[in-house]
Structures are given as C-alpha cells and as structure tokens.
Design a protein around this ligand. Structure first.
Ligand code: PMT
Length: 404
C-alpha cells in the first residue's frame, strides 16, 4: 500500500437514513485502499447501525456525542476536523444538507464539518420528492458554490417503496471521489506558490489615488486553495478588506512598486507564480505631500509607467517556475490573453471578459484558461471553484515541467 496514503485520514460522516448500513462497506473499501478511516455518526444514524460496527471495521473510536469523554487533549471535533484530509458524508440526509448549507453546528458531525478546512464530499440518500424539492436543491447548490463535491444519488427502488432518484450512489463511486480529493489534497505539497491579488493604489496626494475595482477575492481564493493542497503560499496583495487566509504568508502593499519589491524578494524560491492582481499601469509622476486644493489643481495629471512585474518574472524565469497571468478586457479577451502568454513568457493565462457584470468584485466569474495549445472555457463558477480548477491545471503543468 502507498505509504503516503497511509498517513491520510478520511473522515466518514454517517447520518440517520436506511442507507447507513452501506457506509460499513465504504469504511471497508477506503481502508482497503490504504486510508486511515475515522467515523462520525449523528445520533439518528446510531438507530440504524451501532457505533461498535464502525469501530470494529475502522479500528478507530467512533465519535457521536459532543459531550462524551474526549480521547486527546484537544477538543474532539476540532482535532477530527484538523486531522481529516477529506470528509465524506455518506449517506447524507436532506436535514444534514440543510444544516450544512446554513452553517448550523449542533452535533458532532456538523461542528466537525464547520471546523474543517478539508474538502467535503456529500453522497445524499433520501426519498425522491425530498431530493427534488426546491429547498433541497437550493441547499445543494449553495454547498456546491462553496466547493462541496456531490456524488449524485442513483435512480432505483427506494426503501420507502417509491422508485426514482434518491438511492445512495455506488460505494465504489463514492470511494473514487474520496480518493481523488485525497490525492488533490496533497498535490501541491513541497511547492512554494506566490500569488498576487487585489488592486494597487497609486497616490496623487494623501487622500486621492489611481486605482481599480479589484476586490482581491480571486487571488485570496487561489491562495487559500493552494494552502489547502499543501503548498507553502505567499500572497502579495494590494489594498483590500479581506481577512488573511489561514496558513498563508500575507504581504500587504499599496503601490505597484511595493508589490514588485515584495514579489521579486520571493521569486527565487517560488515554484509557481499566479498573478491575479490588477496592477495599475501608471502612477502619478509626482506625489503632493498635502491635499491638493481644488482651486490649485492642475488641469492634467502627469503619469509615469509602472514596471510590468509579471513581464519581469517572465524574463528572469529560467523555465523552472510555472508562471500564470490574468487578462481582463472588455473586448478581444482571448486574443489579448494569447498576446500576454507570448509577450510575458507565461505557461497559462486566465482570461476574463469584464464587459458584463462578472469579473471585478463579484463572487462568481466566467474565465477561459488559455495555454499555448488550448483555450478551455469554464462555466460561470464561484471564484473558489475557479481557484480549484486553475490549480488542477497548475499541478499538471508542474508535473509536466518536472518530467522533462
Ligand atoms: O480581485 P477580484 O475582484 O476578484 O477581480 C479579479 C480580477 C478581475 C482583477 C482578475 O481576475 C484579473 O483579471 N486580474 C488581472 C487584471 C488585468 O487587467 O491585468 P493586466 O491585463 O493589466 O495584466 C496582465 C497580467 O500582468 C496580470 O496577471 C497582472 O497581474 C500582470 N501585471 C500587469 C501590470 C503590471 N504592471 N504588472 C503585472 O504584473
């Protein structure tokens, strides 16, 4: 068995549903594939299968109550949340999906899921009508937008006598999804990923600046996802109001020149650079130390060109680092992305058309991933999911670079 995998813990959450007995087979299958498996059950799940069954199959204590004696020094749901490489809830009832979608945490399973940074896979099982209800689908979509993976329920005869969608998916399919996430959870370990984010502000006087509408959401989502996948992450960001992502070195700067200095100081140790910042191309030629009075203001503002940080990295790169740029345009975005790919010697450009409502400040975006050999259009996605898709491609580019 792979030694790497042996170190990974998959946490299986079991909820109160007749399909709970199938979770026994899931625990066995994941153990067979070399994972350490721990089980968390809701109180209702214990009505269907005894905790002792899972304890025997996994060889690990089973967590049910928030109030039971804790095995370690740390609060139990927190230690489980931190230990898990992946959380798989199978079967998952409509009730638990609703709780997760609304951030409720009133038992061992939901507190653990709320506390975890690990990817969460949900395999629903319920009556067809419950599954199809608008409210259930809205909860599923809300969780999907937050990055949860769903293993869709299968069609067939249900325990209640109905026939339709709602059966727990095949155990092998659920185990495959868990294994894929476990692999992804490690695919950037050992790498230093440098991300730029947000706008830059180029001061005119102490109260005015040249800037743009970038919120930093894209870059912060990328940094967070890279850290979750095991990378050492440095995030150089212009002025934004977002909190520091967990486990990431955050360098807050204001101007393009400061961003350049912070990026160059970290470039030599970086394996991957992802430049999502909207760097101001120009700065005022001079800075007035006092607020410029309206009556004394010149008619025109003299500007100087800022250095192109990414182009400089492209020049310095000896082929070692994977370089990813962004292109935001209101027209001709694919052509512009291709130009930037060549001009700045990049491996990939994330092209976004910002002529509509998406792009700056929004939670979602529609992007095209442009390389020298392909242009892959993604659907409208939450920026966290775009970060995940992008890092899948980046991990492949790193592997390709290292294999030559
Ligand atoms: O922050 P959000 O609200 O989530 O918005 C995200 C975004 C729309 C800002 C982001 O997705 C995006 O598209 N960022 C790049 C914006 C842009 O217009 O880039 P550009 O065409 O000016 O530059 C191309 C590339 O060179 C970018 O990777 C940029 O970071 C880099 N660059 C540009 C100028 C400069 N002086 N130095 C640079 O490094």
């Amino acid at each position: 068995m792979a030694s790497k995998r042996e170190q990974q813990t998959i946490l299986v959450g079991v909820t109160g549903c007749i399909g709970a007995y199938k979770a026994c087979e899931l625990v066995r299958e994941l153990s067979r594939r070399g994972f350490r498996v721990k089980v968390v059950m809701t109180e209702s799940a214990t009505r269907f299968v005894a905790p002792l069954t899972f304890r025997t199959l996994s060889g690990e204590p089973v967590a049910v109550s928030l109030w039971a004696d804790e095995p370690g020094s740390k609060v139990h749901h927190i230690s489980l949340a931190e230990e898990a490489s992946v959380v798989v809830i199978a079967p998952c009832t409509a009730n638990v999906i609703a709780k997760l979608a609304h951030g409720r945490a009133d038992d061992m399973l939901t507190t653990t899921v709320l506390a975890t940074e690990a990817p969460v896979i949900v395999a629903p099982a319920m009556n067809t009508h419950m599954w199809r209800k608008d409210v259930t689908q809205a909860n599923v979509n809300a969780l999907r937008a937050r990055g949860y993976t769903f293993v869709e329920p299968a069609y067939g005869a249900l325990a209640c006598g109905d026939v339709g969608e709602g059966r727990l998916a095949d155990i092998a399919v659920i185990a495959d999804a868990a294994q894929a996430e476990a692999t992804r959870a490690r695919d950037l370990s050992g790498l230093h990923v440098l991300v730029t984010a947000g706008p830059t502000h180029e001061p005119i006087d102490p109260v005015r600046f040249i800037g743009n509408r970038s919120s930093g959401k894209t870059g912060f989502a990328i940094a967070e996802e890279a850290a979750r996948r095991g990378a050492r992450v440095s995030l150089v960001t212009g002025p934004v109001t977002l909190p520091d992502p967990f486990g990431v070195e955050v360098v807050r700067v204001t101007t393009a020149l400061q961003m350049r200095a912070a990026v160059l100081a970290r470039f030599d140790s970086s394996d991957v650079v992802i430049a999502s910042a909207a760097v101001a191309d120009f700065r005022p030629a001079s800075f007035a130390s006092g607020k410029i009075k309206k009556a004394e203001a010149p008619e025109t503002l003299a500007l100087e060109r800022n250095p192109d940080i990414l182009a400089e990295l492209g020049e310095r790169n000896d082929g070692r680092a994977v370089l990813v740029g962004f292109a935001a345009e209101t027209s001709g975005v694919r052509a512009s992305a291709r130009e930037k790919l060549l001009a700045k010697k990049l491996d990939l450009v994330v092209a976004n058309d910002v002529s509509g409502e998406l792009g700056f400040e929004t939670d979602e975006n529609r992007v095209v991933l442009v390389t020298s050999y392909a242009a892959e259009e993604l659907p409208v996605l939450d920026k966290r999911l775009i970060a995940r898709e992008l890092l899948d491609r980046v991990a492949a580019l790193v592997r390709a670079k290292r294999s030559v």
